[in-house]
Design a protein around this ligand. Sequence first.
Ligand code: GLU
Length: 281
Amino acid sequence: MGATAIVTRFAPSPTGFLHLGHAHAALTAWRAAREAGGRFLLRIEDLDPTRCRPDFTDAILEDLAWLGLDWDGAVRVQSRHLPAYRGALDRLAARGLLYPCFCTRADIAREIAASAAAPHGPDGPLYPGTCRRLPPAQRAARIAAGEAHALRLDMAAAIATLDAPLTFREHGTRRACDPARFGDAVLARKDIPASYHLCVTHDDALQGVTLVTRGTDLLPATDLHRLLQALMGWAEPDYAHHTLLTDATGRRLAKRDRADTLRALRDAGISPAEARRRAET
Ligand code: GLU
């Protein structure tokens, strides 16, 4: 295997049992690696302790093995690597690209309701920038008092560091990125000193992922991930966004739909080969 061999990954969050949609995503990444003689990694994105459960992690490993998928190397479990994410945040903070945000959801909702415009981004209404404008002394006093805060990316400052407009590469074509549509994105939550956007990008770089395959629901996120890669000097992977599986009524499969979980199929006597066929059609 050469240094440029393809590395893909499946990175589920253990918030429920895997369903056929996950199997589709996992198989897409696994096939891309196996057909090219590359590596397929498994990463558990379990940062949110209110939604993730260790028994779902165990179930993910079991269900993937049942499906006939094998992965290379150790499974990376994100909740065990918080200091690494802290290190990335420190580097951004040292460049003045992060600021603490003390706002509650209610504060933000009130501020948005009072303003004339309420632009929306892929993750919801854009943050109105309240804490970006806090005087430094007030900011320092609130941190010293131990007030809970998130860390937000100063989007305008981050974009100002770029020397060329951002793009991402998909199937050999360059497509324009618009990270500004996220506004001042949260990179470290109040309750967890990290965030999905930061950790997924950090880990793809750390693990040498060369091809990120994921659903089109995450297409907008790629714009922000490319910005983080540029800011941190992380290598740029290729991207391949696949369509999402839907049920007979055209609705996207979700973890709440018990009937489509791999577990339910297995319990109903469906073979792994048949489950793979359903996941890939
Ligand atoms: N952990 C994310 C999810 O389960 C996917 C990670 C990614 O491909 O960016 O939705």
